[in-house]
Write a protein that binds this ligand. Structure first.
Ligand code: ATP
Length: 252
């Protein structure tokens, strides 16, 4: 049984085949990275796995369940969380509140239950708080726990965005360009967090990334896309030196 299997995945926007017959498998515990030039279809693959887009053809199977058409609100309940290329945090709320929002979105109690069974709700609230405090400790965010996002540097916000995805307790984490907008030192820290998350929490990571130093440092395997099609799959070294990949990046 494969952990995550993407089979013949395709999506078309008007006349454009943004992703064209893409198949790959990700093993449990692996850091698997998708690279490729701008417009290659990387984020679109993510958007299909996280169910923001429905494929035109193909299947996505996660732990033996076909999730190709799973309603988007059930994705987190299956243990899949994602971050976005552009940070999507609430600017005028604290770090703590942003992480709690990540949890509440996936809360299992309804409004009626909230009113009728306040004990259960209180227990769940406690669980949310404990989970969020664990993430704050793991990512060493204590210094900005109660600070508003709007006053925090970009590099810290990127780590909080990662924390918000972790707060829901995922087993598969989709990271869309975790290093975008970060300087060399912050990118180095991000590599550390990704490896730490995998090592300490056993989370499987599927990542889209441009920075090849980060890709080489954290990835077990790399897949290169171009014009929606797979060019190469292998180690970072193998893929980076593949003639089709070299040609695509040089624009030849
Ligand atoms: N909702 C959409 N409607 C129309 N076209 C889209 C849509 N989403 C993506 N595309 C197109 O699909 C192609 C692939 O886009 P995608 O964002 O997946 O590329 P990418 O590899 O992630 O690029 P980048 O590295 O620049 O983020 C592009 O040509 C893009 O314009």
């Amino acid at each position: 049984m494969s952990y995550l299997a993407v089979q013949g995945l395709s999506i078309q926007f008007g006349g454009l085949k943004a992703v064209d017959d893409v198949s790959f498998e990700v093993a449990q515990g692996e850091v698997f990275t998708i690279i490729g030039p701008n417009g290659a279809g990387k984020t679109t693959v993510f958007n299909m796995i996280s169910r923001l887009y429905t494929p035109t053809a193909g299947r996505i199977v996660f732990k033996d369940e076909d999730i190709t058409r799973l309603p988007v609100q059930l994705v987190a309940a299956r243990g899949i969380a994602r971050t976005f290329q552009n940070i999507e945090l609430f600017e005028n709320a604290s770090t703590l509140d942003n992480l709690l929002v990540g949890r509440h979105r996936h809360s299992s109690t309804s409004l009626v239950e909230d009113i009728l069974f306040s004990g259960r709700v209180r227990r769940q609230e406690l669980e949310h708080r404990e989970a969020v405090e664990r993430v704050i400790e793991l990512l060493r965010l204590q210094h900005c726990r109660d600070m508003l996002i709007s006053g925090l540097p970009y590099g810290v916000r990127k780590v909080i965005e990662l924390g918000r995805a972790l707060a829901i307790g995922p087993e598969l984490l989709l990271l869309d360009e975790p290093s975008s907008g970060l300087n060399v030192e912050e990118t180095d820290d991000m590599a550390h967090w990704i490896l730490d998350i995998r090592r300490r929490l056993g989370i499987t990571v599927l990542m889209v990334e441009h920075d090849m130093s980060l890709v080489s440092r954290v990835s077990d395997r790399v897949l290169a896309l171009n014009y929606g099609k797979i060019m190469a799959v292998g180690t970072a070294q193998e893929v980076q030196t593949h003639p089709d990949v070299v040609a695509a990046y040089l624009g030849t």
